[in-house]
Design a protein around this ligand. Structure first.
Ligand code: HEM
Length: 212
């Protein structure tokens, strides 16, 4: 439950603080928080045995909802990226000059690659003969690179709290609540991926999860 509350509370704090639509910039934090913190986190947590909101759904139905939430999250992230990119361009400011900006650019690229990998898993029956990787291996790569991606999302979101805007616009309580929400969400997501996919001798290893 902590993961779901955190996934909603962080975007809410940002939305209340920035008011989406009040400026071109306002779309950047709002859409990034909704895309990564809400849609993409929920898209992963739905597979978790302990935290899923839809534990009784079949695996294929969960995989379908995962693809929908990740696709929607990626659209939100791309629009959030365009908002900050053009906001800086219009203000004639240099791009990617802060750690948040640099990590952010890497995060957006990795999220795109991760979605591409997920599409290969989903449409394996059409592309499998071309890519010459076994489906179980592809699923394992998708999950483990997802873990790395989520570490990057978390670092970028935490760095965003040190941006000039967050430092000047977020009340200290909202700042600490945001940091707690980002940490709690990522802890649940990373624990789920590690438990489900990382090899463990007692459970037969991550291969079993990848084969389901
Ligand atoms: C994981 C989600 C996020 C990603 C991937 C991301 C990505 C980026 C990127 C790539 C830039 C640089 C754009 C450029 O230089 O043209 C940037 C700038 C910025 N972002 Fe984010 N962002 C995210 C979340 C947030 C959030 C939640 C906030 C607010 C709390 C925020 C506040 C800012 C600010 C103020 C800037 C301009 C200053 C700077 O370049 O650091 N970002 N972001």
């Amino acid at each position: 439950m902590v993961a779901h509350i955190s996934a909603i509370v962080f975007p809410l704090i940002i939305i209340v603080a920035v008011v989406p639509g009040s400026s071109l910039f306002s779309w950047h934090p709002s859409l990034m928080a909704i895309g990564f913190s809400l849609l993409m986190s929920e898209g992963i947590v739905l597979f978790s045995q302990s935290s899923s909101l839809i534990p009784s759904w079949s695996r294929p139905d969960k995989a379908w909802l995962h693809a929908v939430l990740m696709g929607a999250g990626m659209c939100s992230v791309c629009l959030g990226f365009l908002a900050i990119f053009f906001n800086k361009r219009l203000a004639d400011k240099p791009h990617f000059t802060t750690w948040h900006g640099l990590f952010g650019l890497t995060t957006v690229c990795i999220a795109g690659a991760q979605c591409l990998g997920g599409s290969l898993v989903k449409y394996y029956r059409y592309v499998g003969s071309y890519i010459k990787i076994r489906l179980a291996d592809l699923k394992l790569y998708h999950a483990t690179s997802g873990l790395l991606s989520f570490v990057l999302f978390t670092v970028t979101l935490l760095l965003s709290l040190y941006s000039g805007w967050a430092q000047s616009s977020l009340h200290w309580l909202a700042w600490y609540a945001s940091a707690a929400c980002i940490s709690a969400t990522s802890l649940v997501v990373m624990t789920h991926i590690t438990a489900a996919y990382m090899p463990s001798p007692g459970r037969g290893g991550g291969y079993m999860a990848a084969r389901s």
